[in-house]
Design a protein around this ligand. Structure first.
Ligand SMILES: *Cc1c(COP(=O)(O)O)cnc(C)c1O
Length: 592
């Protein structure tokens, strides 16, 4: 697939692989129909259901197929040109994007030794210089592990190589006198499983996290034993997003306004140029134009929502957006709990007043993530009650968009006033929707987590609404075991009422056990993600957002500070840093 550069005369190639039947005889004991099924499912789609053994094995097959195809293509091409693979690391770095392609490491060893005839030491030297690893999460369940039998059965030669990598690693650990506990933590093969991340960190010459706080957590906590051994390998590359898609393409009205003030330079040099907007922070006309652009985007979005979902929303309401995969740590639950609280308050306080809010949720759950689907069910149930309540719907509407993806994101983000980034501190590696929303002038309502911290630094902390426990505070409560959701439940009547309404509220529709799973997860499994612990702080932050919105000029200035401060978050900057520190490719000089 051609990937076309923005007015720079450069088109890159994105290689997509497809499995086709081979001319060679079928493997022994394989029927033709079995062979055809295996072939078809290999490329049918990514991320199959991993709740069954056959789903997990398919996933492993897909991983192996894709990394082997990519490696063979690159190695063959280099060899054709140079007649050797010595020196290939000067031209190629394989940046392992998360854990999914880590099998490329033993597969590269296999190709170098079995297909190209290099001995172990030469092959290892090449592989070590050619592979770099990016970590994307600290959630332990996402640090991929494969049962030894799966790998042994599916790719026996690759398994032999993994065993040998692990054996040599252990020899080195002994030489260095590493403690038993550190040695155990870093093992590549242990308890019948292959720990892919450990193999990647041992092999790669570079290991990076995707936001400052995230890289710090990798070094001091998740991979601290590796950091003690190989501190020079660790580095941070804070994520970015392409401002050409998320601003120029998605938000043409804002783009035009920006260009009218600072010219076209920001399109090719976002980090260097967008900050020039800050000079207009006291220009009333400009601030008005900025709010007019937002109002027009909101109107366009309201028309889309009416046409697509049949829900009438007020384009003058605060558009409050939480769009991201559904996961317990991202705490969509905190958001919907707060709305459930508002519902009760509106009914109970006759003189209640709030700026009308439209809450937009967009989220997909992994196929086997039952709890995440239950949270979606709760959001939909609350939306049905709220949107059809004649009193409450004067103040609140809820839209849960189905099938959330990039195309919907491009419609929602330019219309957003508030960017909900409310993960449990320490759990979100970086986030990128936070950056997309910032570029489009939304104000972050968020915790000090992932790239939110850097966003607040660049826009100015006073231009975001930051709340909640810090990562250190969360970790301390975990280490000391001092947090109990029952303490919050018993001492805060609002919280008790929300939790009880899971059984008896209108959203339960008379079905007492409908949302018991959520109650149990919070109350009886000790609220792993501190939803109740942060409820009061979140509630006050929401009120602060409301208050700021009342002051139109202050809001416009904060919005501008976000746009003008978003230069650092272009992926142009991120990619330049990867190149400066890891890939070392020469810059192409282009004549226009
Ligand atoms: C940007 C984006 C994400 C990532 O969102 P986070 O809030 O950073 O997790 C997920 N899905 C889509 C469709 C996106 O565009």
């Amino acid at each position: 697939m051609p990937v076309i550069g923005y007015q720079n005369h450069i088109t890159n190639t994105l290689r997509l692989w497809n499995a086709e039947p081979s001319n060679k005889p079928l493997p022994k004991y394989t029927s033709f129909s079995e062979y055809c099924v295996a072939l078809e499912e290999l490329c049918h789609g990514l991320y199959p259901d991993d709740s069954t053994e056959s789903g997990r094995i398919l996933r492993l097959r897909q991983q192996y197929f894709l990394v082997s195809a990519g490696l063979q293509s690159a190695l063959n091409s280099y060899y054709r040109h140079h007649g050797t693979l010595i020196g290939i690391h000067e031209d190629y770095v394989f940046q392992l994007n998360d854990t999914h392609p880590i099998l490329a490491i033993p597969e590269a060893m296999r190709l170098l030794m079995d297909e190209y005839g290099y001995g172990w030491d030469k092959a290892w030297d090449i592989v070590h210089r050619m592979f770099a690893y990016t970590n994307h999460t600290v959630m332990p369940e996402a640090l991929e592990k494969w049962p030894v039998q799966y790998v042994q059965h599916l790719v026996p030669r690759v398994f032999m190589i993994i065993e040998e990598i692990n054996r040599r690693f252990n020899v080195q650990l002994t030489e260095k006198g590493v403690s038993d506990s550190a040695r155990y933590a870093m093992q590549i093969i242990k308890d019948g499983q292959i720990h892919m991340t450990n193999m990647a960190i041992y092999t790669c010459f570079s290991v990076n996290g995707v936001a400052k706080i995230h890289t710090g957590i990798l070094e001091s906590y998740t991979f601290k034993d590796f950091y003690a051994l190989y501190p020079e390998r660790f580095n941070n590359k804070t994520n970015g997003v392409t401002h050409r898609r998320w601003l120029m393409y998605a938000n043409p009205r804002l783009s035009k306004l920006i260009t009218s003030k600072i010219g076209e330079g920001w399109k090719k040099d976002f980090e260097g140029e967008i900050g020039k907007l800050k000079a207009f922070e006291n220009d009333e006309k400009f601030l008005n134009d900025l709010m007019k652009v937002k109002a027009e985007n909101k109107k366009e979005f309201a028309d889309f929502v009416l046409k697509t979902y049949g829900i009438e929303i007020d384009p003058k309401s605060i558009i409050d957006v939480q769009v991201k995969r559904l996961h317990a740590y991202k705490r969509q639950l905190l958001n919907i709990f707060h709305i459930m609280y508002l519902y009760k308050k509106i009914h109970e306080c006759p003189d209640f007043k709030m700026t009308p809010h439209t809450y937009i949720f967009g989220a997909k759950a992994a196929p086997s993530y039952v709890y995440a689907k239950k949270i979606i069910e709760l959001i939909l149930a609350v939306a049905k009650v709220v949107n059809n309540d004649p009193l409450v719907s004067k103040y609140i509407k809820i839209v849960f968009v189905e099938n959330y993806g990039v195309t919907l994101a491009e419609r929602i983000i330019p219309a957003a006033d508030i960017s909900e980034q409310i993960s449990t501190a320490g759990k979100e590696a970086s986030g990128t929707s936070n950056m997309k929303l910032m570029m489009n002038g939304a104000i972050t309502l968020g915790t000090l987590d992932g790239a939110n911290i850097e966003i607040a630094d660049f826009a100015g902390r006073e231009n975001e609404i930051i709340f909640g426990l810090t990562a250190e505070e969360v970790q301390e409560k975990v280490d000391r075991g001092t947090y109990s959701p029952w303490d919050v439940y018993n001492s805060d009547a609002r919280v008790k009422s929300i939790l009880d309404s899971l059984f008896t509220g209108p959203w339960a529709e008379g079905e007492e056990n409908r949302f018991r799973m959520i109650f149990d997860e919070i109350m009886n499994r000790n609220d792993q993600f501190f939803v109740l612990a942060d409820f009061n702080a979140y509630n006050r932050a929401c009120e602060a957002a409301d208050e700021l919105y009342q002051n139109k000029k202050a809001w416009a200035k904060a919005s501008l500070a976000n746009i003008a401060g978003s230069g650092y978050f272009t992926s142009d900057r991120t990619i330049a840093e990867y190149n400066r520190d890891i890939w070392h490719l020469p810059k192409l000089i282009i004549d226009d």
